[in-house]
Design a protein around this ligand. Structure first.
Ligand SMILES: *[C@@H]1O[C@H](CO)[C@@H](O)[C@H](O)[C@H]1NC(C)=O
Ligand SMILES: *[C@@H]1O[C@H](CO)[C@@H](O)[C@H](O)[C@H]1NC(C)=O
Ligand SMILES: *[C@@H]1O[C@H](CO)[C@@H](O)[C@H](O)[C@H]1NC(C)=O
Ligand SMILES: [Zn+2]
Length: 237
């Protein structure tokens, strides 16, 4: 696995051990010793691998030394990912880019990217934002982006306002700022469900110290959704 392929590998150690313990306990009660051992073995070998499409890796590499200084420039990158995802047929019409910004100068560089992989990887958690957050934290070797590197802060740009899962993920991620292009309504108009996300949800993020900017270049983000809505698969859950 090369660095360029931006692999995200979880050796599912602690989690699988915990799950395995629970399963082992329950299986011991209800089933034979052999079955119990088999289950524990399967879970300890468990790994999760998230692959990004090749075009996204190239896009990241092409842009990694570029300097971004405005919201418009940054959000355009998230929308471009969503748009290319549709044209390449590699996933849903959603894209995300996380930028590392120098707190002093306000200059930013692209730090992590994500595109929706729900259908191709058969996994409902693989929304663009969740993938970008995971790569970013893997890179930082930290569970939070807040204060992870001195003098730097992180800006999450998404082509469409986050669903309930991604809003929660964004909250825990430690990013300092959330910038969204298309609105929830634009996604729901073509049949996607965003779940329980309310104006108060954003207020709560702001109260926690996160800057939130919505409907930045909304027309561009909404256009990608609209185009996808004409032919693409709408999946919920
Ligand atoms: C890009 O779009 C294609 C098809 O429209 C989809 O299968 C793929 O998962 C999308 N990829 C991302 C990263 O959204
Ligand atoms: C997502 O789910 C699928 C099957 O449901 C599984 O094969 C895969 O390992 C899961 N995780 C990732 C990151 O692909
Ligand atoms: C992660 O970042 C926090 C600051 O939010 C810092 O206190 C902590 O030491 C970092 N952890 C690692 C493993 O670097
Ligand atoms: Zn989401």
């Amino acid at each position: 696995m090369t660095r360029e392929s931006l692999p995200l590998v979880f050796a599912a150690g602690a989690v699988s051990a915990a799950i395995a313990t629970v399963f082992a306990y329950r299986w011991k009660l209800n089933s034979s010793e052999t079955e119990c051992v088999e289950m524990v073995f399967l879970l300890s070998a468990m790994k999760l691998i998230i692959n990004l499409p090749q075009w996204l890796v190239s896009l990241y590499n092409t842009n990694k030394d570029r300097e971004f200084s405005t919201d418009d420039e940054m959000i355009s990158m998230a929308v471009a990912i969503a748009s290319q995802n549709v044209s390449e047929g590699s996933g849903g019409p959603f894209g995300c880019a996380i930028f590392e910004r120098d707190i002093q100068t306000g200059k930013a560089t692209i730090f992590s990217v994500g595109a929706n992989r729900v259908v191709p990887l058969t996994n409902s958690t693989l929304h663009a934002e969740m993938i970008a957050i995971q790569f970013a934290q893997k890179k930082l070797k930290n569970f939070s982006m807040k204060g992870a590197k001195e003098g730097k802060e992180y800006v999450l740009c998404t082509s469409c306002e986050p669903c309930c899962m991604c809003l929660g993920g964004t909250m825990w991620s430690g990013v300092s700022e959330l910038i969204c292009s298309a609105a929830k309504d634009d996604a729901e108009k073509i049949g996607f469900i965003e779940g329980p996300v309310f104006p108060e949800s954003y207020k709560q993020l702001e109260e926690m110290g996160m800057k939130v900017k919505r409907e930045v270049k909304r027309k561009e983000g909404a256009a990608v959704l609209e185009k996808y809505g004409q032919t693409g698969v709408i999946y919920n859950g």
